[in-house]
Design a protein around this ligand. Sequence first.
Ligand SMILES: [Zn+2]
Ligand SMILES: [Zn+2]
Length: 190
Amino acid sequence: MRRVRTSPDDIALPRRKTRLRHDPLLEDFANQLLKSVGCRKLQVRVFWNPGLRTTAGLAVWSDRMVVLNPKLLEVSSAEVQRTLRHELAHLLAKHRVGRHRIEAHGEEWHQACADLGIPNEARCHELPFKRRRITRKFFYACPECSTILARVKILRRKAACIKCCRKHNGGTYVERFRFRPIERPETVAA
Ligand SMILES: [Zn+2]
Ligand SMILES: [Zn+2]
């Protein structure tokens, strides 16, 4: 979920599902995007909810659904894309781990973000008119494909690049593709 941190009720799901407006075009785009990263089994639905206040977007795993705040349209199409991918990454990460439990904005989600084209996405961030960024201080890179992992906290357990492990080892951990600490890359703004 991307949201503005104000009051706790911002975390709540849309109150009335009847306000949801289906977006078949964006939905088609989202499903194509999933296919393009090799995920053919996950089918998602995409909706707008004008009832959302400061929440930019939500991912609802039980319904395989992404819900977006129409205020994003007033910001920019880039912001719509970014929120769509942020929420899609939640669904992709859950889909990939199957029944395992994962942190909402953990490594699996970061990897899904990278695969979906937003490698430096902050774990929870706000509608741009009320921007407050999370500072990430720890950076890691895949020695094979140079995918960058940005973290608020230091990485304590072994984590390898999922993309490379999949490509070269059927998705199983390989030490060779383990993320290595690097200096802050110049391209990372936050
Ligand atoms: Zn999120
Ligand atoms: Zn890699």
